[in-house]
Design a protein around this ligand. Structure first.
Ligand code: NAP
Ligand code: GLV
Length: 306
């Protein structure tokens, strides 16, 4: 039994060090170094080359090093019998809710706007109680973000598949609750997982149902957003601006129109980034559980896709 680490776009060395520190004797291969595919039962991954797992007949678990698993589920060649797990981590959750809070306050108090103008021109602003925050997705990250915003006095509502009971947060669910939810979102935050149901969900039809001048924050995945619909809605004034942390192509290509758009605020997928030292324990605990034939933690429901 051995572990395969495939870590595209992130430094594998920090993961190797963290794993070795936790379990010095573990047999670990870093893709694409030479190894016997028959030995591999557990893969720790971020953005693997599509189809690669077909070469591993004894692979039992694919563990995402992030909260999202779309980089795994989007591979149609993932063996049906393989379990997929994800990371749930307090630091990752705190980082996300703090990041969104920072964006919301920045937008509300026009801080970046003043900075960009380079002139003495005070703007009026909404008070905390006047802004209506809508969060799409009330899972681990959405719920924590909703609570942190509600706790400082924002009016917060959330939308999810199933109804939630969260103190200070109005819960809408399913297609039935969607219209009402959108009507009540002057700042819309996307924290949905990327699935076939949520891909392209941030589109013109949705934007048109928001209050005029609404602001959009996407910290989930680039594929949630129909980019030309966003540009059109910004140019028409239906939306007042957007903060985007995630993109269809990452890094965002230099020539992309978002870079120069006055109303788009870009960050390079930094809302919450997994700290290997913080999560390696849960990855190794699952590996131990696999070897002992015990149920794993943080298993993804592949039928739902998240
Ligand atoms: P999660 O715990 O799986 O929660 C997902 C939420 O979305 C749940 O509330 C779920 O509803 C809801 N949902 C899913 N499909 C839906 C649909 N079709 N209609 C309505 N609601 C739907 O996910 P999470 O841990 O909060 O993470 C969310 C996403 O954040 C990740 O998948 C990842 O893409 C992104 N992320 C981004 C960064 C970054 O740095 N930018 C970092 C980490 C994660 P139910 O509760 O009713 O099932
Ligand atoms: C980051 O985007 C994650 O899914 O953890």
């Amino acid at each position: 039994m051995s572990i395969l680490l495939i870590c595209t776009g992130r430094d594998p060395k920090v993961w190797v060090n963290a794993i070795k520190q936790q379990q010095p004797n573990v047999k670990l291969y870093v893709y694409p170094e030479a190894h016997d595919p028959l030995e591999i039962t557990y893969a720790v991954t971020w953005k693997h080359p599509k189809g690669v797992f077909n070469k591993y007949p004894n692979l039992e678990v694919i563990a995402s090093i992030g909260a999202g698993v779309d980089h795994i589920t989007s591979d149609p060649q993932i063996p049906k019998s393989t379990l997929v797990t994800r990371v749930i981590d307090d630091q990752l959750t705190k980082d996300m809710s703090n990041f969104v809070l920072a964006l919301v306050l920045d937008k509300m108090r026009n801080i970046s706007l003043h900075h960009g103008e380079n002139k003495w021109s005070p703007k009026s602003y909404q008070t905390l109680e006047e802004e209506k925050i809508g969060i799409m997705g009330l899972g681990v990250l959405g719920k924590a973000t909703a609570l942190s915003l509600a706790n400082i006095g924002f009016k917060v509502s959330g939308w999810s598949k199933t109804k939630k009971h969260i103190d200070g947060v109005t819960s809408y669910n399913g297609q039935k609750g969607f219209k009402e939810f959108l009507k009540n979102s002057s700042i819309l935050i996307c924290l949905l997982p990327l699935t076939s149901e949520t891909e392209n969900i941030l589109n013109k039809e949705l934007f048109e149902q928001l209050p005029k001048g609404a602001y959009v924050i996407n910290v989930a995945r680039g594929e949630h957003l129909v980019e030309h619909d966003l540009l059109e809605m910004l140019d028409k004034g239906q939306l007042s601006g957007a903060s985007l942390d995630v993109f269809r192509t990452e890094p965002l290509p230099e020539e992309h129109p978002f870079w120069k758009h006055q109303k788009i605020h870009i960050t390079p997928h930094i809302a919450s980034v997994t700290d290997p030292e913080k999560v390696v324990h849960q990855l190794m605990e699952n590996y131990k559980r696999l070897k002992m034939n015990k149920p794993l933690k943080n298993v993804v429901e592949l039928k739902k896709g998240y």
